[in-house]
Design a protein around this ligand. Structure first.
Ligand SMILES: [Zn+2]
Length: 221
């Protein structure tokens, strides 16, 4: 692995993580502005104190994160989920809309308390992302970003075959799952790191010579 490329990749991965966080924050601020405007218009039309409407509108998206999570947690309980479905069925779905409105109102009030907590959470998260060590991530993604290097490496160590199937050397990378690069079986991270990105069987197989001896410096393919 090229040290300079590894550093570059590390930076790239960090930037990706940061971009995801910034995106969430920007969406939240955007929704807050929309919420504030709705709160303002609503209170103006109904002669309510305008400032309260604006504050509740701004707080609503922040509170919604909390209220939605809470309602999802409650809904994971079978009894509550069944009750919710039953009520929705009886009211022809009107309750679902009503519940959404109740959730928004609850969110507006909850947001005034949880909003600042969520804001602090994002600040901490951004700071941590700057400090975090992404070198391990970079190592696992290295040959996906630079597949040619892997191929060159394999050609160097390859004595029997002249043609190298490039697709074999691109690991499948989804949700930090690791796959053997030869048989595509799911493997553990430990196997991935110690067995040259292969499962144990393939690793043993590739390093076993004609006499049936295991040799680390020998490559069958
Ligand atoms: Zn395998």
């Amino acid at each position: 692995m090229n040290e300079e490329k590894l550093k570059k990749l590390e930076k790239k991965i960090r930037d990706e993580h940061l971009a995801k966080i910034y995106e969430q924050v920007i969406i939240l601020f955007g929704l807050s502005i929309i919420g504030g405007i709705i709160g303002y218009l609503f209170c103006k039309d109904n002669q309510y104190p305008i400032i309260n409407g604006i504050i509740l509108g701004i707080a609503c998206p922040w509170g919604y994160i909390f209220v939605d999570k809470l309602s999802k947690t409650l809904n994971s309980l079978p009894a509550i989920n069944d009750l919710y479905r039953l009520v929705c069925l009886i009211t022809f779905g009107i309750y679902a809309i009503l519940w959404f409105i109740i959730k928004l109102v609850l969110s507006a009030y909850a947001g005034m308390i949880v909003g600042p907590i969520i804001a602090i959470y994002y600040v901490v998260k951004i700071r941590r992302t700057w400090k975090d060590d992404y070198s391990e991530f970079a190592k696992t993604r290295y040959y996906i970003e630079y597949p040619d290097e892997k191929t060159n490496y394999s050609i160097k160590n390859n004595s029997n075959t002249s043609k190298v199937d490039n697709s074999l050397f691109i690991p499948k990378y989804e949700d930090e799952k690791y796959y053997c690069e030869m048989c595509f079986k799911e493997i553990t991270r430990e196997e991935y790191e110690t067995c040259e990105c292969l499962c144990e069987e393939c690793y043993m197989d590739i390093h076993t010579d004609e006499e049936g001896n295991f040799r680390e410096d020998y490559y069958k393919y």
